[in-house]
Write a protein of this length. Structure first.
Ligand code: ADP
Ligand code: MG
Length: 612
């Protein structure tokens, strides 16, 4: 479940305790001086913090903006209220409740548990909807689906009066039935923080974050992001349901507007202001927005009067504040105050990173039995344009094969076909005796054909080590051939050890390329398909890259298919070369043979001169 117990379990647990203690301690301190209304404010803050942490688990890890979590809250809130309110009370407000629910009474704990189960059932449905819509970070369909959920629950709450009591009366507990002590809230809050932190550090969390950073690259590394999205949704909704039950219980009432737009705005602003990719940020946002809302409410209240300001210092001021905070942060600091900073990981790095020792360079293992990649008669049409015409290549995993051709020749298209990202109009391809055409990219990657991209596609806000860990984790959990290298060994071998805690986005170009190669190697490939790994590099950098490609291929026992448009580079590295021009293979052979080929010289040098 975790790759590193100290980093992923021990420190997050300690950190969760610290966050919890700061929040509750601060709240108690504040409410100990002053009116009893302060205590209510603190209670509301703590409940909202649980809610926001619950939402963070989904939005933070998957990157999918959900407006629907408060809708799940509505479902849970009503389920809780309907089950927990005494039958005597129900007989006056919801006498005709369906399924004789008006005669049921559960203890608050049982009612809360059922509320969690009911919202989880709905979450499974919504989760499948999200998966079908191709949910990914920034996908509009997913956001619309969640917004629809919010709207539908609201309409049901208003109109299904037999169950909800409708718009005006709502469902209320009689006095004396609201929550008596804060202990359930404390328990739920600590649990929510801990679960959120452990989830983010878990393997599932890491793969979800990879999908968040780059959905296509995640698929190319063997991940099916919809799986992690579903898990994140369920964990997230369970916590949201607990928070909603507590909110209803604490206020002693529920009406359709309790879990609707205003509460959605409040919780999303808390999340965005603090930093949606961080649990610490979610809590910080909850505190800041609570303070801000209170202060604006105070300004708009009767105790403040500043001449000439009554047009702004009115009832709606705190809502204006929320809207302004949302807009301001979206424009000027969309990653929030702390971005993805986490207290426990900061503590971990402060205290532990000096203790990490670089592994020694791994020995080169015995090469595994060669396997063949065979591409037969692949033709690709893009609308009326034929990008590849009957292309056939064979490669053995003990070779380095070069693929050259001028820009637009179809090299990238061929790699897209082999990795399942473009469906060929005609043709087949095999790895060993396994036919792979038609398989989705993640299955092809797990089968052993692993690529890099012409335009780098790293998981940019993850660290160097996490980038490698992502594919290593996929290899591990799908029991791909036994690892001969650890994550740290791969990083060391790629020359990235000193940079292992850096974000991928902070690397220079050469190191980014190296990291992409390391990430591919960690998936235990049989073939590495490298799309212009040296493009944009100086000659010296290119030489270093060639060395690294060779060393990496040897150490993971993979063959290489490397694309370049630079004839010199490719002849320096390849055992055999295929030359592609205008979608056809025009020559094949050793570097010497290919260079001497008059057709290659004519076609290739002619157009290379034109493009370079
Ligand atoms: P190379 O990698 O050799 O430079 P590509 O494989 O990227 O060339 O492109 C080959 C040709 O196919 C180009 O003319 C390009 O414009 C076209 N092409 C590539 N991908 C698509 C696509 N998805 N839709 C339409 N045309 C495409
Ligand atoms: Mg290309």
């Amino acid at each position: 479940m975790f790759s590193n117990l100290k980093r992923d379990l021990v420190f997050p647990t300690i950190g969760s305790g610290l966050l919890f203690a700061m929040l509750v301690g601060g709240g108690l301190l504040y409410s100990s001086f002053g009116a009893t209304s302060r205590a209510d404010l603190v209670t509301a803050l703590l409940v909202n913090a649980i809610m926001v942490v619950g939402i963070q688990i989904f939005i933070g890890n998957t990157g999918i903006l959900s407006f629907g979590h408060v809708g799940f809250g509505a479902i849970a809130g009503y389920a809780f209220a309907v089950l927990a309110i005494a039958p005597a009370r129900k007989s006056t407000v919801i006498r005709n409740a369906p399924w004789n629910l008006n005669e049921v009474q559960l203890s608050p704990v049982m009612a809360g548990l059922v509320a969690v189960v009911v919202s989880l059932l709905v979450a499974v449905l919504i989760g499948f909807g999200l998966a079908r819509s191709g949910a990914a970070s920034g996908a509009v369909a997913a956001t619309v689906i969640t917004l629809a959920l919010l709207e539908v629950t609201h309409e049901l709450a208003i109109n299904w009066t037999d169950l909800t009591g409708g718009d005006r009366a709502g469902l209320s507990f009689r006095i004396g039935q609201t929550i008596e002590s804060r202990w359930p809230i404390y328990l739920a809050l600590f649990g929510a923080i801990l679960i959120a932190r452990l989830f983010a550090q878990s393997k599932t969390g890491l793969l979800a974050q990879a999908g968040r950073e780059d959905n296509l690259a995640a698929r190319a590394m063997g991940i099916n992001p919809t799986v992690q999205q579903m898990v994140a949704l369920l964990v997230s909704v369970a916590i949201v349901a607990v928070a909603a039950s507590l909110r209803v219980y604490q206020i002693g009432n529920i009406t359709p507007n309790f879990f609707f737009l205003e509460y959605t705005l409040l919780t999303l602003v808390m999340l965005i202001v603090g930093g949606r990719n961080s649990v610490t940020g979610a809590l910080l946002g909850a505190v800041i927005i609570t303070i801000g809302s209170e202060f604006t409410r105070y300004l708009a209240g009767p105790s403040v009067s500043i001449p000439g300001t009554d047009w702004i210092l009115r009832d709606g001021l705190s809502r204006i504040f929320l809207g302004a905070a949302m807009v301001g942060f979206m424009i000027f600091r969309s990653s929030g105050l702390v971005n993805d900073w986490e207290l426990d990981q900061w503590l971990y790095r402060k205290t532990q990173s000096g203790r990490e020792t670089a592994p020694s360079l791994p020995e080169v293992p015995e090469p595994p039995a060669p396997i063949r990649l065979v591409v037969e008669d692949v033709t690709v049409d893009f609308g009326g344009f034929r990008a590849l015409t009957s292309v056939g290549i064979t490669a053995s995993s003990d070779e380095i094969i070069g693929l050259i051709g001028p820009n637009g020749a179809g090299k990238t298209t061929l790699v897209n076909v082999i990795t399942g990202m473009v469906q060929p109009t005609e043709g087949k391809y095999f790895l060993g005796d396994k036919q792979l055409d038609g398989a989705p990219p993640r299955m092809i990657a797990r089968s052993g054909l692993v690529r890099t991209f012409q335009n780098l596609r790293l998981f940019s806000s993850l660290t160097v080590r996490q980038n490698v860990e992502v594919s290593w984790t996929v290899a591990e959990s799908h029991h791909l051939e036994k690892a001969n290298l650890s994550v740290d060994e791969i990083i060391r071998q790629s020359g990235l050890w000193e940079l292992r805690h850096r974000r991928a986005s902070e690397l220079d170009y050469g190191n980014s390329r190296r990291l992409e190669l390391a990430r591919a190697a960690a998936l235990r490939p049989r073939f590495l398909l490298l799309d212009e790994p040296t493009s944009g590099m100086s000659d010296a950098e290119s030489d270093r890259m060639i060395e690294q490609v060779r060393a990496t291929a040897r150490s993971v026992g993979a063959g290489v298919l490397v694309i370049d448009h630079d004839l010199n580079f490719i002849t320096g590295i390849s055992d055999r070369i295929y030359v592609l021009d205008q979608g056809r293979v025009i020559a094949e052979g050793t570097p010497g043979e290919v260079q001497a080929d008059p057709q290659v010289q004519a076609a290739y040098l002619g157009s290379a001169a034109a493009t370079d």
